[in-house]
Design a protein around this ligand. Structure first.
Ligand SMILES: [Zn+2]
Length: 80
């Protein structure tokens, strides 16, 4: 699995839709590739943030910028 495939699998992984085999490969890549681990972490946080937004809860003012920054950095690292 390469980083692009990893990123393609993230949504299915989080939805629990990955077959066992793919999930094992996915986790192996996660162990070997810190940028992808960061990317997944940022992705999970973004999903949580998105949920909170759609639920109408107010967000602390200092969170979004730092979070967006972290996601962009992780994405850049995963692509390089
Ligand atoms: Zn990777």
């Amino acid at each position: 699995m390469n980083c692009q495939e990893f990123i393609d699998f993230i949504m299915a992984y989080l939805d629990g839709e990955l077959p066992d085999e793919s999930r094992i490969v996915f986790r192996q890549h996660l162990d070997l590739c810190p940028p992808c681990e960061q990317y997944l972490d940022g992705y999970v946080k973004a999903v949580e943030l998105g949920k909170r937004c759609t639920e109408g809860a107010s967000l602390p003012a200092d969170v979004p910028d730092a979070l967006v920054d972290a996601i962009l950095k992780a994405r850049r690292a995963a692509e390089s």
